[in-house]
Ligand binder design. Structure first.
Ligand SMILES: Nc1ncnc2c1ncn2[C@@H]1O[C@H](COP(=O)(O)OP(=O)(O)OP(=O)(O)O)[C@@H](O)[C@H]1O
Ligand SMILES: [Mg+2]
Length: 276
């Protein structure tokens, strides 16, 4: 893997996710080979890669939903493919996930979607579940007047917010977001980015996010991991990752949109002037 200068991880940082020599295979198709990735507490890591390169499958590996053919996946220091299902269940309460597709149960109200992970714990009194679900909705910018609505009555931006509230229901330390701003118009996308930034700060979250959206990527990421050729080919701060020589990186970041998002970074205003 190509790390940045200075070589990370920095001393004293606590690794939350450690993936070593991961191999993922479906039948004859090898999706990941010799894949290594370490994510530290408090980071916002964006995972990018071509369609079908294995980003969603990599998140599923981190969640213990897909088993590796070889290699190890440690989350919160636990080898998630070797622990008991009870133990995995306990770990699951420490992370939240916003799925790429079907983020909400369409047959449940907004409120019930967010309350469901809390109810599954089977220990919380009804009033506590109610207050916690309404609080999470409020944090995600959804007022109580929407609580009884069905997902089909919501806009795309609201669905993402409710799905985020659901992912945050159990006060996780870690959240996984698969294409959180895909399909949103630029305003909804920008306000979702602000929301993630705010929650990251307030809840001291570690965020692992898959995104094709360069504005989101540059606005939020502490580091960007690039998945190509079945492994992580570069893992750097956003302004450094664009400098890597690889066909995927060149196409992805140096297209017109990528250039615009890159130049909009405050530290690149000088660069922009020089190149005008
Ligand atoms: N359960 C499965 N069985 C067989 N093949 C699978 C399975 N899940 C994923 N794949 C294959 O693994 C590869 C990677 O899929 P994945 O969904 O991770 O791609 P992705 O990078 O998330 O793509 P996109 O950007 O389109 O969401 C694809 O070729 C896909 O067909
Ligand atoms: Mg995907």
């Amino acid at each position: 893997m190509n790390e940045c200068d200075p070589i990370e991880p920095k001393e004293g940082k606590e690794p939350i996710i450690e993936i070593e020599n991961l191999r993922t295979q479906f039948g004859d198709t090898v999706v990941h080979q010799d894949l290594n990735l370490t994510i530290h507490r408090g980071e916002i890591v964006s995972l990018v890669g071509g369609s079908g390169s294995g980003k969603t499958v990599l998140l599923r590996q981190m969640l213990g939903l897909t088993r590796p053919a070889a290699g190890s996946v440690r989350v919160f220091g636990e080898e998630i493919n070797r622990i008991s299902s009870d133990h995995l269940q306990q770990l699951r309460a420490r992370w939240g996930m916003l799925f790429q597709h079907g983020a909400l149960f369409s047959a449940l109200t907004v409120f019930d979607n967010v309350a469901q992970p809390l109810r599954e714990l089977r220990v919380l009194p009804k009033e506590v579940v109610r207050d916690a679900a309404l609080l999470k909705l409020q944090m995600a910018g959804i007022g109580p007047e929407h609580a009884r609505k069905m997902p089909s009555d919501l806009s795309g931006g609201m669905i993402k917010r409710v799905a985020l509230a659901r992912a945050l229901a159990l006060d996780p330390d870690l959240v996984f977001l698969d294409e959180p701003t895909a399909g949103l118009d630029p305003n909804a996308s920008e306000s979702f980015v602000d929301l993630i930034r705010e929650l990251h700060h307030e809840m001291k979250l570690t965020v692992v996010m898959v995104t094709h959206d360069l504005d989101t990527l540059f606005a939020l990421s502490s580091r960007v991991a690039v998945l190509a050729d079945k492994h992580i080919i570069a893992y750097c701060a956003p302004d450094k990752v664009v400098e890597f020589k690889h066909p995927f990186i060149e196409t992805f970041f140096r297209g017109e949109r990528g250039q615009r998002a890159f130049e909009a970074l405050p530290e690149n205003q000088e660069y922009k002037k020089e190149h005008e």
